[in-house]
Design a protein around this ligand. Sequence first.
Ligand code: C2E
Ligand code: MG
Ligand code: MG
Ligand code: MG
Length: 274
Amino acid sequence: KAKKLGRNQVCFFETEMQYKFQNRLRIESELRTAITNNELEVYYQPIVRPKNGELKGFEALIRWNIDGKIRAPDQFIQIAEESNQISDIGVWIMESVIHQLSLWNTNREKPLRAAINISSSQLYDFELVDKLKEFGSRYSVDLSLIDIELTETVLLENTKVVKEVIIKLTELGCRISLDDFGTGFSSLSHLRHYPISTLKIDRSLMPKSIEDTKNKNIVEGVTSMAKILKLEIVAEGVEEESNMQLCEELGIDFVQGYFISKPIPSSEAEKLFL
Ligand code: C2E
Ligand code: MG
Ligand code: MG
Ligand code: MG
């Protein structure tokens, strides 16, 4: 009897693994035609000053619209990386965002900025730098308006190539942001080896309530360290008024989160400023 149960268990795991594997293969192959089928879309989330709501610009966040169903990046970015498709997707995002920025900034006194996320494997690809340069001149967008968002794990890899590409990006004028600060090892000491301009405090550090003094103290500590290092600070995950107030009190430069707006399609984003 025990033997039989054991067999069933094996079958259960096999089925689940098969399901995951097949799902993955399906996404991997559907992704190969996503760009040509016009299924990828850029959503934009506003980044504002807590004091006066002044719009700094937007973070570009990819969405995959497949038959009207929206897939979020956590459902496909890793698969794109592992199946060597992230490079094409990355180039597509760059062009879409730079083109959009050129349209939005026409006749604007103070140009809007755009932040673009880059995964680690994209930094091993020199094409990225060439393409950025090409799109900057094609659409007449000053690349100093582009913030490249990297996570700490990328910096921890600490390879020569990564360092070189980051330096090349800054030579184009791009600014480098450290995304999701507070989720990983989060040491500010290794930052000095890289030309980082902005620290993005991860949303998991935002206090969940007024009583959440632990997170409040952490945000305060991170903010004062960032200021000593002369880094610009963006707080993510600002979901309620109290978060906004805290950021203003602490002198955090910019905020981003559902309290201000969710990521939205470009047609909605432009209503915020046009
Ligand atoms: P991220 O760069 O840290 O982006 C912020 C994520 O937090 C976004 O999720 C955004 O929708 C979500 N968010 C913003 N405000 C709030 C809030 O107030 N509360 C909560 N709970 N969540 C909030 P999203 O769009 O699902 O993206 C997830 C991650 O996928 C991003 O994290 C980024 O690492 C990656 N990603 C997104 N677009 C791209 C892309 O074009 N290329 C690459 N390589 N990665 C991307
Ligand atoms: Mg980001
Ligand atoms: Mg983040
Ligand atoms: Mg993230």
